[in-house]
Ligand binder design. Structure first.
Ligand code: ATP
Ligand code: MG
Length: 310
């Protein structure tokens, strides 16, 4: 069973279809990046998953529990980190977390232990007595994440958790997210910082104008969009000589100069590629660098979306 199953949800605001028949799933222990231009429908989708908004139709199952039929039970199984949150200014980190832990029904020693755990997990332990309104952006994000984890939910929905964080805080957030994934939790994370998402996500869901454009592993989406791989090769011979040899090879197109070598599009499989390398070696062309192009989430995003605001 998927940890999060979004089933054909639609949400309209007057004439605007903010979310249009969106379906996707996130498995336990996996991290799904949710990407799309501004106004695409990410926050709306996430709010519906978190029981904060009702869809016009469709449903969301959190650990098998319908957010429409059993919202209270679904809430116990999910943690939602909104893109901005309100906090009472004159409370400390400790008081804030203690308050929410109480609201989640944690009592006595269990509450103390849980607050200790989430503060240490988010490295807030030493700052516990700091007043919330004195916190920096990064500290607030950590606090918000700590709050999201208090009741140990199996599904975490994080709306732009990395926005406004400095590079170090982003790296740390990424590590926290990965740690949550390896604890078996399912995570859905929206972000505009694609390089970062690519590093932590197992898969992505791409949305624009309320419609889901693609979902799955980054590599698989890339293959669908562009069925060939990009290969880079550098050899200790004249570039023209290398180019001539490549042009005689099958399943190869679009040979072009790149850095000190050549790049080309390749539709063959790994076995065929290994034989290609053998032939280059046999011809005495001395290949020294051979690399498959990495899949860039940005390229996927750019080729799928059109960037129109609705
Ligand atoms: N409460 C609301 N009332 C009316 N329209 C809304 C409401 N909430 C969202 N919308 C509209 O729904 C669309 C989707 O908004 P949403 O906030 O889900 O986008 P998003 O993908 O999260 O964008 P961003 O990347 O800017 O955060 C937008 O056109 C937005 O203006
Ligand atoms: Mg949003």
């Amino acid at each position: 069973m998927s940890a999060l199953e979004v089933r054909g949800i639609t949400k309209t605001f007057r004439a605007l279809k903010a979310v249009d028949e969106v379906s996707f799933t996130v498995e336990p222990g996996s991290i799904c990046g949710f990407i799309g231009p501004n106004g695409a429908g990410k926050t709306t989708t996430m709010r519906i998953c978190a029981t904060l908004d009702l869809p016009d139709h469709g449903d969301v199952l959190v650990d098998g529990v319908s957010v429409l039929e059993e919202p209270r039970l679904a809430r116990k199984k999910l943690g939602f980190m909104p893109d901005n949150y309100g906090a009472y200014p004159h409370t400390t980190i400790r008081e804030y977390l203690d308050f929410y832990a109480r609201a989640y029904g944690l009592r006595g020693k269990a509450r103390k232990r849980t607050v200790d755990q989430v503060t240490s997990f988010t490295s807030l332990g030493e700052l516990q007595e700091k007043l919330i309104h004195t916190l920096s952006k990064g500290m607030k994000q950590r606090l918000c994440l700590a709050k999201t984890m208090l009741h140990d939910p199996s599904v975490l929905i994080l709306d732009e958790p990395a926005a406004g964080l400095d590079p170090r805080a982003r790296v740390e957030l990424r590590e926290l997210v990965k740690a949550l994934g390896s604890m078996g939790k399912a995570l859905l994370i929206s972000s505009h910082i694609l390089t970062e998402l690519a590093e932590m996500c197992d898969g992505v869901a791409v949305i624009e104008s309320g419609k889901l454009l693609a979902t799955g592993r980054v590599g698989d989406i890339q293959k669908r969009l562009q069925p060939h791989a990009t290969i880079y090769v550098r050899a200790l011979c004249e570039r023209a000589e290398l180019e001539k040899a490549l042009l005689e090879e099958p399943e190869l197109a679009n040979v072009r100069s790149e850095r000190q070598g050549l790049a080309f599009d390749y539709t063959g499989d790994d076995e065929a590629l290994a034989r290609l390398v053998e032939r280059l070696v046999a011809r005495g062309l001395k290949p020294v660098e051979f690399a498959g192009g990495e899949v860039k989430l940005e390229d996927i995003f750019m080729s799928l979306t059109q960037g129109k605001l609705q």
